[in-house]
Design a binder for this molecule. Structure first.
Ligand SMILES: [Zn+2]
Length: 339
């Protein structure tokens, strides 16, 4: 499932008062798994939750910001040690177990996240198991791994498992490359830049319109040749076929725009956690050839903002396709935000 779908499951469980004690997040610990863990932490800790328990985390309050920065006092993140690449019993004894037994610092929830949970050794895995068997109150555990099969079955059975889709499917060509070339030049949100980028995306849509007309007319011609007695397709039907095809092709452009900002989110998150972009568990970027352009932008984009951009990018499609607002209005509106 997508991180959105997984997040929604958690959100609904919380709203119904049925939050489990632990989730096993099966996804890349430096990619989708981390993204989901941060969103769940914000959900539980957001300052605005008291006013609107059903709302999504605001992403802007003190708690949300400290979750994004990894400095929230009620979030403990455990990772394998750099040298041994193991989560050792010493680490458990020194940080995790004392933290788990204490009340939360701010009086609300506390969240213990274990990244690369497959790297727990036998004794640390047993320590976690014991904690999961007698969970402390108002505490949520998140075990993040892309190798769930390497975990003790007794641990897995104590967690509510959420499988995130592994591996991203890059958007269709040539649209992926075309969108990449356009967005690599979108280096700031100045009016001039916004108008230039919007014009390029609009030109791409115009090109798609021509292509859709061509493809439909070729397909109809082939049908007529195969069956000369078939009823003629009238102009209105042909127009409808073109518009369906056009919409399909535009879908690849929207997907590419959103994937561009997902790449930005991955780089921004890696930068904040200090992890190398090609380390274990790092997801494959969809735009490897624009790595430098995206990394440069990630250097000045906090991950919480990149997360918002991914959401914004989804709205572009909604507004143009579902609400029939002209792309020449929608693109400038969003691009001014998504620097
Ligand atoms: Zn918040």
């Amino acid at each position: 499932m997508t991180t959105d779908a997984a997040f929604d499951i958690v959100r609904r469980s919380l709203a119904n008062g049925r939050l489990p004690h632990a989730y096993l997040l099966c996804g890349e610990p430096r990619g989708a798994g981390l993204e989901l863990a941060r969103r769940i932490e914000s959900l539980l800790l957001c300052d605005r939750r008291a006013d609107a328990p059903d709302a999504a985390p605001c992403g802007a309050c003190k708690s949300c910001l400290s979750v994004a920065n990894g400095t929230h006092p009620d979030v403990l993140s455990v990772e394998p040690e750099k040298k041994s690449r193991i989560i050792s019993m010493e680490a458990m004894r020194e940080t995790f177990l004392p933290w788990a037994s204490k009340m939360s610092y701010l009086g609300g929830w506390k969240v213990g996240a274990i990244f690369f949970a497959d790297r727990l050794n036998e004794s640390s895995a047993n320590a976690i198991l014991k904690t999961l068997e007698e969970p402390p109150p108002s505490t949520l555990f998140l075990l993040v791994t892309d190798k769930p099969e390497a975990l003790l079955p007794t641990i897995v059975s104590r967690c509510h498992r959420l499988d995130l889709s592994t591996g991203r499917v890059p958007p269709a060509e040539p649209w992926r490359t075309r969108v990449g070339e356009i967005l690599a030049k979108h280096t700031n949100g100045s009016m001039l830049r916004v108008m230039a980028t919007s014009a390029r995306l609009h030109a791409l849509f115009e090109e798609i319109k021509g292509l859709a007309e061509e493809q439909v007319s070729e397909r109809l011609k082939a049908q007529r040749e195969a069956d000369p007695n078939a009823a003629l397709v009238d102009g209105d039907v042909e127009k409808a076929l073109v518009s369906v095809r056009e919409k399909e092709l535009r879908g690849a452009v929207y997907a590419a725009i959103q994937d561009w900002y997902r790449d930005l989110l991955v780089y921004a998150t890696l930068r904040e956690t200090g992890a190398p972009a090609d380390g274990p568990g790092s997801p494959e970027p969809c735009f490897p050839e624009f790595r430098e352009a995206i990394a440069a932008r990630a250097a000045r984009t906090p991950s919480r903002l990149a997360q918002r951009y991914v959401e914004f990018a989804g709205k572009i499609q909604q507004q143009i396709e579902a609400r029939f607002i002209a792309d020449t209005i929608v693109f400038p509106h969003w691009l001014a935000w998504m620097k």
